[in-house]
Design a protein around this ligand. Structure first.
Ligand code: NA7
Length: 538
């Protein structure tokens, strides 16, 4: 409440998604006092908000779940290979209850500001409910894909029917039966929701600016025998996942796509295709580093997709021509391409006829007016830094994080930033982030931060801060590693290309979760090399 006295804690955590919840559990276990602030009225982060029809994780449920508690992973039963949003949300709620997490979480409350008190090396945290908390450490667990990208289309506010963004869907659901619906955006969210909306709507216009590569999700129910086998093998599964690039036990083919026979290559792609899922783009280890290898995957993909779209002209429009497969996040779907064979579904190619405006009755392109009863924005996120930008984070000398990162994120290991002692950002730019299983990535980060905080206490110091040199070197290392791959060649949200005005920087660390985990562990073992202890207020 406004005017209330400042309370003091060891740590403030911003966000109660997968990362924030584990941070609370782990740090509390280390004997620290922790306050978590969460904007939503419940736990789960993006899984609390993204309730659009068809929302589902593209990492296997058995992998996209916490590994920190053997009891938890043995007692929870996933019903499907890829969990739906409601099932993931139920799981996160179970975790919150099981570990009694809610008592330290303040829901429905946004952190608006965090200001460093340089003399004390403490942070003053303010919220939109008027509360002020003083903390030795602040940890942002705000998510790299949580701040909606609302396109600036002329007249968008004037539309008379309801407008929904996929990432803030009404909790009671939406019935599109008999409605004329428009969906703008064909990324992961659009591709998941379009087949569901098409089943209800009388007419569905899909407004596509860029075509995307999508592979069949290959979702199946999990039977008891499969679950038992997975649980019996959990330790090994986790071990392999933490060593892997993407945080799952998947192993790529041992050879380059170019070093095997045509038949062997086809067989490998076919097996992956049948299994379904995002790992298609990692069938061979060099698919994302060598364009010729990548082409073999793309050709296989094109043949498959052409095979299910009845109209060849439509197929041409749905096949991306502007990027190599996997260089934008590959999407997974259930009958996405087949949906365009339906009589009630119409693809609007915005490359030929861009949107000019929205008015009370629908969408206007340069060619036509589309009458609509409802509009769905599947237009994605101001990725990686969008949610951090909403918090006024003020470090040494009054410099804000936004200012420090104006030319692109400046981090050391993704975790620390020079001028911002005792501030840790989880699963954001400079870490593997969105390129890996976010649950295991969150655990890796939280464990590292918890150990670091213990180290500072053991040294009797006030805090710890990344050096400017370490930041410079890490930013260079991240960009060098990215430049050795095909990843930065696409106009993706990995480089901020979807939001006007963002500097073009490839933000995630492309080296993979295993390599990244090893690097941050070595930094810790070397006495937090690249960080400096803050011995007294300066
Ligand atoms: P994405 O992948 O960023 O997709 C957003 C889509 O919206 C994409 O097709 C965009 O086209 C399109 N878009 C954005 N702005 C506009 C405007 N102004 N006009 C027309 N079309 C537009 O977001 P998602 O939510 O699907 O998925 C994000 C990630 O969340 C996903 O990968 C998972 O990791 C979880 P563009 O490609 O920019 O031309």
């Amino acid at each position: 409440p406004a005017g209330a006295a400042t309370s003091e804690v060891d740590v403030v955590v911003v966000g109660a998604g997968f990362a924030g919840l584990y941070a609370l559990h782990r740090l509390r276990g280390a004997g620290l006092t922790v306050r978590v602030f969460e904007a939503g009225d419940g736990v789960g982060g993006v899984w609390y908000w993204n309730r659009y029809p068809g929302a589902r994780c593209d990492v296997e449920s058995v992998d996209y779940s916490y590994s920190f508690s053997e009891e938890l992973q043995q007692e929870w039963d996933w019903t499907e290979k890829y969990a739906t949003q409601p099932e993931i949300l139920a799981y996160v709620n179970h975790v919150a209850d099981r570990f009694d997490l809610r008592r330290d979480i303040t829901f429905g409350t946004r952190v608006t500001e965090m200001v460093l008190d340089e003399a004390a090396t403490r942070w003053t945290v303010r919220t939109d409910s008027g509360e002020t908390v003083s903390a030795q450490y602040v940890i942002t667990a705000v998510g790299p894909l949580s701040n909606a990208n609302i396109p600036s289309i002329d007249g968008l506010d004037e539309f008379a029917g309801p407008t929904y963004h996929t990432s803030s869907w009404p909790h009671e659901g939406v019935d599109f039966t008999g409605k004329r619906v428009g969906v703008i955006g064909t990324g992961s969210s659009g591709i998941q929701t379009i087949p569901c909306v098409a089943e209800q709507a009388s007419v569905l216009h899909v407004f596509q600016r860029s075509a995307n590569f999508s592979v069949p999700a290959g979702n199946v129910p999990l039977d008891e025998a499969t679950r038992r086998a997975q649980k019996a093998d959990y330790a090994e599964r986790r071990r392999l996942s933490f060593l892997s690039g993407g945080g799952s036990p998947h192993q790529a083919h041992p050879s380059s796509a170019l070093d095997v026979s045509e038949q062997e290559r086809r067989d490998a792609y076919e097996r992956r295709w049948e299994l379904g899922g995002v790992l298609f783009s990692k069938t061979f280890p060099d698919q994302l580093t060598n364009l010729a290898s990548n082409d073999t995957a793309r050709e296989f993909w094109e043949e498959k997709v052409r095979g299910v779209i009845e109209d060849p002209e439509l197929a041409e429009l749905l096949i991306p021509k502007d990027h190599a497969i996997g260089t934008k996040r590959i999407c997974t779907d259930s009958n996405y391409y087949q949906t365009f064979n339906r009589d009630n579904v119409n693809l609007v190619n915005l490359r030929a006829t861009p949107i000019v405006s929205v008015d009370a009755t629908g969408v206007n392109t340069t060619a036509e007016h589309y009458d609509l009863d409802a509009l769905v924005l599947a237009t994605g996120f101001d990725a990686m830094t969008g949610s951090l930008d909403k918090v006024n984070i003020v470090g040494r000398g009054g410099q804000t994080l936004k200012q420090a990162w104006a030319a692109g994120p400046q981090t050391y290991l993704g975790l620390g930033s020079a001028g911002f002692p005792n501030f840790f950002n989880l699963t954001g730019p400079g870490s593997v982030s969105v390129l890996a299983n976010m649950v295991l990535h969150s655990e890796l980060h939280v464990d590292w931060v918890a150990d670091c905080i213990e180290y500072v206490a053991r040294q009797g110091a006030l805090g710890i801060e990344a050096t400017g040199q370490a930041v410079t070197d890490w930013v260079r290392e991240c960009s060098d590693r990215a430049d050795a791959t095909l990843m930065p060649t696409a106009n993706s949200w990995y480089v901020g290309a979807n939001v006007p005005g963002r500097p073009r920087v490839f933000m995630p660390f492309v080296g993979g979760l295993g390599v990244y985990g090893q690097i941050i562990a070595e930094v810790a073992e070397a006495g937090y090399k690249g960080f400096e202890l803050v011995e007294s207020g300066r």
